[in-house]
Design a binder for this molecule. Structure first.
Ligand SMILES: *Cc1c(COP(=O)(O)O)cnc(C)c1O
Length: 331
């Protein structure tokens, strides 16, 4: 179906800003660095999942669901934003929380975990890393059915073809803003996790023939595996929206900044989070944008980008989880 005709809820009133990072660019001495402020999307605390939820929740409402069911890690931004959307729409919401790091769930933890409770999660079911998450969510849907209710299952990160439409829209928004402002970018950089953001942007840029490389920075998986995941989802999303499929070669998902694993701190992440905070007054997060920005900074330092280039870093949000990483990030 054409994007324009797809049912969509609206959670962000205006395009998110594109801003120049003057002091960071000067500090690094490489290309101009700009930022797309998708940390300023609507719903509690903002972030990239808001764009995906515009399409996913429109579908849930059409299907007559009364309860959203989704899954995420113990500090999931996606779970926070799904809860916020549910509250806004008058739906209930059940969470399945995956302990990707063994023993990482603490009932009293701060950050997003605290907000799960505040935003009114109906249930929070903690499962071990590597569990069958689809089965766990289907189990919740079955329980609701037995109660005469109707659940709507949203996959992790909202990353299916429908959710990825949020980032096809974002790619168009970026290109329209750069045209309006007379700003041509030479590179795009984004965090790559459950792949919907990366895949959606790639589909949007490819369809518009943007001709600008998009570099994904992984937060969890080895490069080949992540590139395969992104390409598969990009092909599904392109088919869904009747747009051209991106080539496998156009998928780049670097894995050098994952460190010891998903959500586990690295020195480069700490440096990046502190650098963005202190040079630009912008809060990154420790799990996604901190590692993506660590990748951006390293790539600038090693001369990966043309020195007269103009790089756009897509800020995907996540700052609420900073409050669960105070001991790692404090000076
Ligand atoms: C989920 C998330 C990402 C990764 O986006 P995916 O679509 O899952 O790849 C990046 N940044 C933040 C802050 C996130 O919460």
């Amino acid at each position: 179906m054409k994007l324009e005709a797809l049912p969509r809820r609206r959670y962000t009133p205006n395009p998110t800003p594109i801003q120049k990072l003057e002091r960071l660019s000067r500090h690094l001495g490489g290309p101009e660095i700009w930022i797309k402020r998708d940390d300023l999307t609507g719903l509690a605390g903002g972030g990239n999942k808001t764009r995906k939820l515009e399409f996913l929740i429109a579908d849930a409402l059409i299907q007559g669901a009364d309860t959203l069911i989704t899954v995420g890690a113990v500090q999931s931004n996606h779970c926070r934003l799904t809860l916020a959307a549910a509250a806004h729409e008058g739906l209930k919401c059940r969470l399945v929380l995956e302990q990707r790091v063994p023993g990482s769930y603490r009932k009293e933890a701060s950050g997003n975990n605290f907000l799960f409770d505040l935003l009114g999660a109906e249930t929070q079911t903690v499962v071990e890393g590597g569990s069958d998450l689809s089965a766990a969510m289907q189990g919740e849907a079955d329980k609701l059915k037995a109660l005469g209710r109707k659940g709507y299952v949203i996959p992790g990160g909202g990353s299916n073809a429908l959710g990825a439409m949020g980032y096809v829209v974002c790619a168009r928004e970026i290109l329209a803003q750069s045209l309006d402002a007379g700003l041509s970018f030479s590179d795009f950089v984004v965090a790559s996790g459950s792949a919907g953001t990366h895949a959606g942007l790639l589909v949007g840029f490819t369809a518009a023939n943007a001709g600008v490389p998009l570099t994904g920075v992984n937060v969890r998986r080895p490069r080949a595996e992540q590139e395969g995941n992104v390409h598969k989802l990009a092909m599904e999303a392109a088919a869904f929206a009747s747009l051209p499929a991106p080539s496998r070669e156009s998928v780049v998902a670097l894995d050098e900044w994952v460190g010891p694993g998903y959500s586990l701190p690295t020195d480069e992440m700490v440096e990046a989070v502190r650098m963005f905070a202190q040079l630009e007054g912008i809060l990154l997060d420790p799990v996604y944008t901190g590692k993506a920005a660590a990748g951006l900074i390293s790539l600038v330092r090693r001369g990966h980008f043309a020195k007269d280039g103009r790089v756009l870093f897509v800020h995907t949000g996540g700052a609420p989880s900073l409050f669960a990483y105070q001991s790692v990030l404090a000076g």
